[in-house]
Every structure is written in structure tokens, then in C-alpha cells.
Design a protein around this ligand. Structure first.
Ligand SMILES: C[S@@+](CC[C@H](N)C(=O)[O-])C[C@H]1O[C@@H](n2cnc3c(N)ncnc32)[C@H](O)[C@@H]1O
Ligand code: SF4
Length: 429
């Protein structure tokens, strides 16, 4: 524990040149932050679910049709605020996440999307998360009719006893049928989320789940080890099952099992946790570096500022009813922080081009990070082929373990505080 704290503090300082990162209760000057940005990504958060899973860190509450209707009106007001700021600049990436976006399929989602397409110059298809129990044939038709081209399903496990531990409200045969219906609909990419490092999970169960997803014809699998967030009920569930969360070496071995299954099926690595069929556009969150987050807990990243909406759905609605932008916290980003953030996401994507960094920051990548890359190349974590840097499987995993030292702790503090207090004075990371 002390070693993790030591590494977090020192590595954090080395990369960001800041002692502490502090998000404050203040509204950034949006007019100036929006200048000089040519294109935007959009993220829309739907904070409703039909049940609350014990491991889930995301911002959500139980779905009620009336709350969904009020939320729809509020999101449309927030869209109007941003439409005035963006003008006719294009939106080139659109992601709808949650919670569970498909809870609002018949209670506001269509109205919100109509408003988005009316307000912005949309030059992209939609990526959307869905819950397997919402995917009847009629609902899949409605989803496709909304313009969703890339659909993700939270499959999570393909053994009934693991689905039971996760408290997922379906059986393996039901989720298989939902995946098969989604695959046959002709989306550009169908992604299945799979969780591993579950209590008492064996390598052969994991191997079997990986093979089954490939055979069902999904285009991409995103396989995550279950992360324990202190404000969820997962720790208690694991204890009740009589087991501790597996360590990093055990998780590496489990991921190795999946790597073998997916590589032998011809899938390619497209992020730390995702494997995609070649030639298929990968399913992922907002794909452009600068984006606006709509909805309760939506986060926006605009070059030199990051800000976050209130997490509380009632407060989010109230703010917009009063004509107030629902931003709760913001953080001015120094250039060192922006560069560290850029590198974080490029490592997550497992390969990148150094010239992209030059285009973004006007600096040679090698002058800023050349020494670090040489060291990582010496220990076999990456290869440099001219302009391109490609991480090895070991590099992808172990560098991400280091990233997790920050991200799990930071997310726990930021989201944990924001879920308790709609308008925190500050959050120190
Ligand atoms: C917003 S949910 C997906 C959509 C829908 N709400 C559902 O559960 O089917 C996003 C994904 O995050 C992953 N996830 C949730 N909690 C997690 C945790 N504690 N650790 C790792 N992954 C997690 C799951 O794979 C889940 O499918
Ligand atoms: S995992 Fe999905 S369905 Fe479960 S609580 Fe989280 S967002 Fe809701």
C-alpha cells in the first residue's frame, strides 16, 4: 500500500509537474474554451438502470418514466446551451453511455437524439451501450432506426453461476439469444462486454466464454477484470463468496487466456481490454480528443479545461429548469497535464504516432518523452517503427497496471464524492 502511494505521488508529480490535482466548484469561461476547436465529440449520459449491480461504479439510479421525461427536457436545454457555443462546427463522434441508455428507448431517447441532430452538424454514426434484457427484436429495430451503428451489450459472463454472483437478471441462454439477435441486425460493430477475475472463476470457464462470443459472431469483445470501487458493494460480495480480488499476476494470466483465444480467432488488439475483428471500425467511447459531456455526470474535455456536471439527476434537472449550466467541478489543465493525459489515452489504445503529438502540442514527442520510451523499449514493453509506437502485450498490461494506480484511486475519489454531494466545494486527487 505504501509503495503504491509512493509511486502514485512521485510518478504523478514527474508527469504532471503538479503536487496535487484539485477540481474546484467553478464554472469555466466557456466562450474562450470553445475558441480554436475545429471539431467536437459528444458524450450523452443516461443515468437510469432497471436494477443496480453490486460492482458498478457508474452514476445511475433506478429508472422511473416520469424522471426520464423530466431528464429529456433538461438534456434538450443543455443541448441548446452548447449549440449556441459550437455554432456550425462539426460533431465527429457521438457516444451514448450510462447507466443503461436502452431504459429510455421509448421514453425520451428518440426526442433527445432528434434535438441533437437538429442542433449540431452531426457527421458521425452513434455508438451506444445497451442491456441484454432490453434487446427484443422490436427494440433492436428501434435502436437501428435511431441511427445507432455501433452497439455494445453488457454480457458480462457466460456461466449461470457467475451471472448469479454478478446479480445479472438473465440466464446464459437468454443472453446468447440477445447477442445473436443483435449480431443478425447488421450493425457496423457489435461489442460484448465480458467481466473476468470473478469469484472462483477458472481459466477454462474464461476460455469457454471467449470462444462462445467469437462463435456467436460479435465483432469486438471488451474484457475487463472487475475493479473494486470502495463505494460499491463488490467487496462484500467477494467476501461472502470467500475470496479476495485476484492480484495483478493472476489477472495477467487470465488476460493471457483471452489473448490466446482472440488472437487465434483472428481478432486484433484495439485497446488494453478490447479485441476487434480486422476491418471492423472499433466500438469505443468518444473518439476525438476534445468532447462535450451532456447529462448528469457528463464530463467535458476542452484542451485546457476539464469539467464535470453534477451527478445528481434531480439537481441536474433543477439547474437547467432555472437556466443554469449544471457544471459542478472544473480543473484547469496545465500543458504538462494535457500531455500526460494525451499519453495516458494513447497507451490505452496500445499504438500511436509521434507526429500526432507534434500536431497537438507543437513539440517533438521525443524531446518530451523520448527517454521514457527508450527505457520501455529496452524492457520489451514497446517497439518504435519510425513514427509509430506499438506496445507489446506485456507492455499493454503492465503499463496499464501503473495507470490504474492513478485512475482507480482518482475515479473513486471524484465519482465517490460526486455521488454523495451534488455540488462539492472541491475534490483533491
Ligand atoms: C454502463 S455498463 C454497460 C451497459 C448496461 N448498463 C449493462 O450493464 O449491461 C458498462 C460496462 O462497464 C463494465 N463494468 C461495470 N462495472 C465494472 C467494474 N467494477 N469493473 C470493471 N468493469 C466494470 C461492464 O462490463 C459493463 O458492461
Ligand atoms: S452495470 Fe449496467 S445495469 Fe448494472 S448498475 Fe451499472 S450501468 Fe446499471
Amino acid at each position: 500500500m505504501w509503495f503504491q502511494r509512493f509511486l502514485r505521488t512521485h510518478l504523478g508529480r514527474l508527469l504532471t509537474k503538479a503536487n496535487h490535482v484539485v477540481l474546484e466548484k467553478k464554472i469555466p469561461s466557456l466562450e474562450s474554451s470553445f475558441q480554436d476547436i475545429d471539431e467536437f465529440g459528444l458524450y450523452l449520459h443516461i443515468p437510469f438502470c432497471r436494477q443496480i449491480c453490486p460492482y458498478c461504479p457508474y452514476n445511475k439510479e433506478i429508472y422511473h418514466p416520469e424522471a426520464a421525461r423530466m431528464y429529456t427536457r433538461a438534456v434538450k436545454k443543455e443541448i441548446d446551451i452548447y449549440s449556441a457555443l459550437i455554432g456550425d462546427r462539426p460533431v465527429t463522434s457521438f457516444y451514448i453511455g450510462g447507466g443503461t441508455p436502452t431504459t429510455m428507448l421509448h421514453s425520451g431517447l428518440e426526442e433527445i437524439l432528434g434535438h441533437v441532430f437538429g442542433a449540431f452538424d452531426m457527421r458521425c454514426g452513434i455508438h451506444m451501450e445497451s442491456h441484454p434484457t432490453d434487446l427484443s427484436l422490436d427494440n433492436l429495430n428501434a435502436i437501428a432506426a435511431l441511427g445507432v451503428e455501433h452497439l455494445s451489450l453488457g454480457v458480462e459472463a457466460l456461466q449461470d453461476h457467475h451471472l448469479k454472483t454478478l446479480q445479472r437478471p438473465y440466464t446464459v441462454s437468454q443472453v446468447r439469444a440477445a447477442v445473436e439477435r443483435a449480431v443478425s441486425k447488421g450493425f457496423k460493430c457489435v461489442n460484448a462486454d465480458l467481466l473476468f477475475a470473478l469469484p472462483h472463476q477458472t481459466y477454462s470457464e474464461l476460455e469457454q466464454a471467449g470462444h462462445a462470443l467469437v462463435e456467436m459472431g460479435v465483432d469486438q469483445v471488451a474484457a475487463y477484470p472487475v475493479f473494486t470501487f470502495p463505494y460499491t458493494r463488490w467487496e462484500q460480495i467477494a467476501q461472502k463468496e470467500g475470496c479476495k480480488s485476484p492480484g495483478v499476476l493472476e489477472k495477467r494470466r487470465m488476460l493471457g487466456v483471452l489473448e490466446r483465444v482472440f488472437y487465434s480467432a483472428g481478432l486484433e488488439r484495439t485497446s488494453v481490454w478490447a479485441f476487434t475483428r480486422p476491418g471492423v471500425p472499433k466500438y469505443c467511447s468518444v473518439t476525438v480528443p476534445l468532447y462535450i459531456g451532456l447529462g448528469a455526470s457528463g464530463g467535458s474535455y476542452l484542451r485546457d479545461v476539464f469539467y464535470l456536471n453534477t451527478f445528481n439527476v434531480g439537481e441536474y434537472i433543477k439547474a437547467l429548469q432555472n437556466g443554469v449550466i449544471p457544471i459542478a467541478l472544473s480543473l484547469d489543465l496545465s500543458e504538462d497535464m494535457q500531455m500526460a493525459g494525451w499519453l495516458y489515452w494513447r497507451i490505452y489504445e496500445t499504438r500511436f504516432e509521434k507526429s500526432d503529438f507534434k500536431r497537438r502540442f507543437g513539440k517533438e514527442f521525443d524531446r518530451v518523452y523520448g527517454k521514457h520510451m527508450k527505457l520501455l523499449s529496452l524492457i520489451g514493453f514497446l517497439e518504435q517503427n519510425g513514427d509509430e509506437i506499438v506496445l507489446s502485450d506485456n507492455g499493454i498490461y503492465w503499463l496499464h497496471v501503473v495507470q490504474d494506480l492513478f485512475s482507480i484511486e482518482y475515479v473513486s475519489r471524484l465519482w465517490g464524492t460526486s455521488q454523495q454531494d451534488p455540488w462539492p466545494d472541491k475534490v483533491v486527487l
